[in-house]
Design a protein around this ligand. Structure first.
Ligand code: AMP
Length: 435
């Protein structure tokens, strides 16, 4: 199947070719013709399946000639990162169409977005809160929206946007085409779909959680205060160059990024308290391999499009097991295999069991490799001051796997005898014993 066979117009085909894509993905093969035919769509698709082009391409075609007045198509996304990515994608695919694409999201000044809307718009990509703000202020006319897409609808509900979504829907003309994309299905999602969609074409290209099947899942059980040391060990000993690490809190993300920096690993944190420019910069540094570890909260990571991300670490397990699926959806794109590591404190064991139930497969515990409890990041409750002489605190070792002698990437000036450091090998994951 080619893009031309999907019924796309020449300008869009050129843009697709410009991007170097020659074969539509499974979701594109199904969603594009359905939406071009005017049908409502309910698609189960994760990030990485090509879902964005799956709705952006037919929307652009439906909009046809530019009018650049009030928006005629609206895409709602849960986060600003995703809104920016969808708008970017729409601008790329729409580059030969003359259609005007605007994006609005919170956390940045209103005025440029107001100016953008006043300049005219065909397709609008928005997060719900800012959209309603601008509508309240009377600068946004939603009376001409004939196509609505909810992207990552499950995430929008998780983030408490249900009332905002319902309000937006009430502001739109009744006669319109609707599409909903969601990585997971809960009862709430089904209820929203039943309310929003009329006789939808159901598309389930990746039956739920298949990404999970292409990924090697492994868990380590260890005390919370040892997690950062194990993580530093895994990154250095495994020679990882790009790892996305999930924490539960913004504060935890900041602290871990600092601790990893302290262990000589280039790190950045990305979460909702960071300015938009700081988030963009962190993501760019990560993509360009200037940063090894990107520490993120679930919300901030949503929709991140990072090609060929080999390692995802759940530094803390998510409270909602579906979030595990979202997290690992960042790795193992496009048929590649990925690696998802969970660091499980004793009080998180129940959360791991919930995750296994959602995945419908076990996540095995591996034997801990030997790793240093290094002096540069001492465990609580009595942290050593940063300037404490390092020689004052000998390194401890944790773990029981066989020593195999790699001293690679140890922090210069780190603690313990060279022998002890060399014994911290545990060549993860091949040497890890499953049980
Ligand atoms: P998405 O699931 O929309 O986040 O897309 C994931 C990645 O796949 C993005 O980097 C897209 O640019 C890329 N992509 C989308 N469609 C195709 C295609 N037909 N062939 C190859 N890559 C694609």
């Amino acid at each position: 199947m080619s893009f031309a066979e999907l019924g796309l117009a020449p300008g869009l085909l050129r843009a697709v070719a410009d991007k170097g894509y020659d074969t539509p993905t499974a979701i594109q093969t199904r969603a594009v013709p359905a939406m071009l035919g005017g049908r409502d769509v309910l698609a189960s698709a994760q990030t990485g399946t090509g879902k964005t082009a799956g709705f952006v391409l037919p929307l652009l075609q439906k909009l046809d000639a530019p009018q650049a007045r009030a928006p005629r198509a609206l895409v709602l996304t849960p986060t600003r990162e995703l809104a920016a990515q969808v708008a970017q994608c729409a601008r790329e695919y729409g580059r030969h169409t003359g259609l005007r694409i605007q994006v609005i999201f919170g956390g940045v000044g209103l005025q440029p977005q107001i100016d953008g809307l006043r300049a005219g718009c065909d397709l609008l990509v928005a997060t719900p809160g800012r959209l309603l703000d601008l509508e309240d202020q009377g600068v946004l006319d939603l009376d001409h929206v004939a196509h609505l897409v909810l992207d990552e609808a499950d995430r929008m509900l998780d983030m408490g946007f249900i009332h905002a979504i319902k309000r937006v829907i009430r502001l739109l003309p009744a006669k319109r085409q609707n599409a909903m994309f969601s990585a997971t299905y809960s009862d709430d999602i089904r209820a929203l779909a039943a309310r929003l969609l009329h006789d939808p074409v159901a598309i389930d290209v990746a039956p739920r959680n298949t990404v999970a099947e292409r990924i090697e899942h492994v868990a380590f059980k260890l005390p919370k205060e040892h997690k950062r040391h194990l993580l530093a060990h895994l990154i250095k000993d495994g020679d990882w160059h790009q790892v996305l690490v999930f924490t539960r809190t913004k504060h935890g993300a900041n602290r871990l990024a600092e601790q990893l920096e302290g262990a000589g690993i280039r790190s950045a944190a990305i979460h909702g308290n960071k300015s938009q420019s700081a988030r963009v910069r962190a993501l760019e540094d990560f993509k360009a391999n200037r940063v090894t570890a990107l520490v993120a909260t679930d919300v901030a990571s949503r929709g991140l499009d990072i090609k060929e991300l080999p390692h995802v670490v759940n530094y803390e397990l998510p409270n909602v097991p579906e979030d595990y699926v979202h997290r690992i959806g960042r790795t193992a794109r496009a048929g590649a295999t990925g690696h998802a590591v969970s660091l499980v404190a004793p009080d998180e064991a129940g959360l791991l069991r919930d995750i296994e139930r959602v995945l419908k497969r076990p996540v095995p515990y591996a034997a801990l490799p030997a790793f240093e409890i290094a002096a540069y990041a001492p465990p609580p409750p009595r942290p050593q001051p940063q300037h404490a002489p390092r020689a004052a605190k000998p390194a401890q070792r944790h773990g029981q796997s066989a020593a195999r002698g790699s001293s690679r990437a140890r922090k210069p000036g780190g603690q313990g005898s060279g022998q002890a450091r060399r014994q911290g090998a545990g060549n993860f994951p091949r040497g890890a014993r499953r049980h």
